[in-house]
Design a protein around this ligand. Structure first.
Ligand code: SAM
Ligand code: SF4
Length: 393
């Protein structure tokens, strides 16, 4: 049994990690047969917004700079993940990844090591207008931008900063730079921006952007989440249905967190079916695809969880592996990166040790996050100590 120091921010806990029976050749598998191929690395816990569902208005203790993974350390971990553990996709997140001045260098480095690896970022897009072209040149594949509202006043209330114009400029720059498909993430808050759902979707569709609504999860630093306050996936569909017809998108979800819906103008689905019945041989069997405006995604992490198909493995900004957003345990890979090689130990041996710790941390991934349809009063669920910005969303 290995004793591993575990940092959950403050305080630091100590926990033990059993060597896992997982086989590196099979990748980052867990006890329930899931295989994690999608790596999310947080680049920083800092952010220039203070979204109410994520961060407190003030008083966050930032990680000291020397605790953050360096560019070289990030490249090193991605190499171990891709070359030894079957990682097939990388997302850089935070906090706000654009806060890192070396983001372009990180992307270019990873791209040099892995020419075919899809590399994306999740960003609030502040400052993206200046950096989108450079990120594309560095080898970024595409990006996700968080956009919860199109109203400057609502933005100020939700993000506690007056920066909507910067975000919109950033989205435009990303499209111009060819960082496509640009995906938008929106969290709806009851009585704040939930009425805007159809307008946000219309705005995204007009621009060919792919919008996904995310149910608010209990990962806010203020621990203010309530089930009543959360806009559920069903409510999101209801709000969108006031302006659009939604029907399940035919493609296989393949473990993706978002359930996709085809979007048509209100009433168009029946209209098309009737037209088909009159005008085409085969009649009503013909699929009414011609008037699809696009798709919308709904990520129902709370009410329709998809833990059974989860493919994610996460590394925090200071190099701790988390098997789940809602984990209470973390295991440091940074310690192994920084510890001097022991007598007789080769760099390859050390990489094997890193891979073993990563495998062992993922092997004990919980079956599910413990929030069920009934509610979070269940004894199974305890909100993690870290908030979303400190974990890496
Ligand atoms: N700062 C970047 C951004 O906002 O896109 C990246 C980090 S942020 C933590 C990643 C994503 O997590 C964002 O799309 C954000 O909306 C989402 N998020 C943050 N807190 C959340 C919560 N409590 N529930 C659901 N999604 C949340
Ligand atoms: Fe910052 Fe993203 Fe959290 Fe908003 S959601 S406070 S932009 S880290």
């Amino acid at each position: 049994m290995i004793e591993v120091p575990t940092a959950l921010g403050i305080p630091t806990l100590r926990t033990t990690l059993e060597p896992s029976p997982a086989d590196p050749a099979r990748g980052l598998v867990d006890r329930f047969g899931r295989r994690a191929t999608d790596l999310r690395i947080s680049l920083t816990d800092k952010c220039n917004l203070r979204c109410t569902y994520c961060m407190p208005a003030g008083g966050m203790d930032w990680l000291p700079k020397q605790d953050l993974l360096t560019t070289a350390e990030i490249r090193h971990l991605v190499r171990v993940g891709v070359d030894q553990l079957g990682v097939r996709e990388l997302r850089l997140t935070g906090g706000e990844p654009l806060i890192r001045a070396d983001l372009e260098e990180i992307v270019a480095g990873v791209r040099e090591d892995h020419p075919d690896l899809p590399v994306s970022i999740t960003t609030n897009a502040i400052g993206l207008a200046r950096r989108a072209a450079g990120l594309k040149q560095a080898g970024l594949t595409r990006l996700n931008v968080s956009l919860d509202t199109l109203d400057p006043q609502t933005f100020r209330m939700l993000a506690r900063r007056d920066r909507l114009a910067d975000v919109l400029e950033g989205v435009e720059a990303a499209v111009d730079a060819g960082l496509t498909p640009v995906k938008l993430n929106a969290v709806l808050m009851r009585g704040v921006n939930d009425h805007e759902a159809p307008e946000l979707l219309a705005w995204a569709l007009e621009r060919g952007l792919s919008l996904r609504f995310i149910e608010q999860m209990p990962l806010d630093a203020d621990h203010g989440w309530t089930r009543e306050g959360m806009i559920t996936a069903q409510e999101i569909r209801d709000r969108l249905s006031t302006r659009f017809d939604l029907s399940p998108h035919p493609a296989d979800r393949d473990g993706a967190p978002a359930e996709l819906w085809d979007v048509r103008p209100l009433g168009a689905a029946e209209g098309t079916a009737e037209d088909n019945a009159e005008g085409t041989p085969g009649g009503t069997d013909a699929a009414p695809t011609d008037d699809v405006l696009g798709t919308v995604g709904i990520i129902a992490s709370v009410t329709e969880p998809f833990c059974g198909d989860c493919k994610r493995t996460r590394i925090t900004a200071e190099g701790e592996v988390r098997s789940c957003l809602f984990s209470h345990e973390e295991f440091s890979l940074r310690d192994l990166l920084r510890e001097p090689l022991k007598n007789g130990e080769s760099a390859q041996d050390r990489d094997t040790a890193i891979a073993d710790r990563w495998l062992a941390a993922m092997w004990i991934k919980p079956a599910a996050h413990g929030m069920d349809h009934v509610g979070l009063d269940s004894a199974d669920f305890v909100q993690p100590e870290r908030s979303m910005s400190a974990i890496g969303g």
